[in-house]
Design a protein around this ligand. Sequence first.
Ligand SMILES: Nc1nc2c(ncn2[C@@H]2O[C@H](COP(=O)(O)OP(=O)(O)OP(=O)(O)O)[C@@H](O)[C@H]2O)c(=O)[nH]1
Ligand SMILES: [Mg+2]
Length: 238
Amino acid sequence: MKTIIVIPTYDEKENIEKIINKIFDVIDSVDILVVDDNSPDGTGQIVKNMISSNSRIHILERQGKQGLGKAYCAGFAYALERDYDFIMEMDADFSHNPEEIPNFLSAIKENDLVIGSRYISGVNVVNWPLKRLLLSYFANVYTQKVTGMKIKDATGGFKCFRADMLRKINLAEVKTNGYGFQIEMNFRMWKLGGRIKEIPIIFIDRIEGESKMSKDIIWEAVFLVWKLALGIIKVKKA
Ligand SMILES: Nc1nc2c(ncn2[C@@H]2O[C@H](COP(=O)(O)OP(=O)(O)OP(=O)(O)O)[C@@H](O)[C@H]2O)c(=O)[nH]1
Ligand SMILES: [Mg+2]
């Protein structure tokens, strides 16, 4: 079974080499794909230097910052073309702990989507300002209420997809680009009848590099859940 971990990056020069090395310390039987949007800080070059001595590392370079959703869709298309069985998502900024990757790979054996959840047993978030935590927590309550999806953490980006299910989604139709992208992908998998499992993770706020969170990303997600719930965005059904 072949697994690839897709890591989108924009200006992650402080983190990218460390996170790749840490992932391989934990598990050496995976490939890593960095999707870099031509980061001005040279993140792409750091990855290319690493590729010269490790064939498990890959890079997809895009012309400029086009948002997280588009980066992920490009990364998924790359992985699906190359026949990986499992496709993981993960941030570059150490908010997602590589030590938890084996838990995803174990749970995906019997599921189609495994979601790392901050809100299964209490609130497992370290170092986030209260404002950011409340935003995330209530965004998830709101998403559950409006869409009816029983997912406690629908906005997180530490996930693993079974490629055969991901293939059923037309990636060109995926609309959302900010953190609503995660909600939209979960919704599409749910409507396809995918087996979805949440496993607990501990989320740690980034220590190095800068956040790309913005008001636009929040508003996009606020409207997205209604568009999904009301069928304004059409998704394939099982
Ligand atoms: N390729 C690409 N990667 C992006 C883009 N925006 C964010 N990323 C990456 O996506 C991951 C998540 O972005 P973050 O900035 O950490 O977003 P966040 O987790 O919501 O916010 P903070 O953790 O508070 O910074 C990181 O690895 C970013 O480098 C983008 O437009 N293109
Ligand atoms: Mg982050």
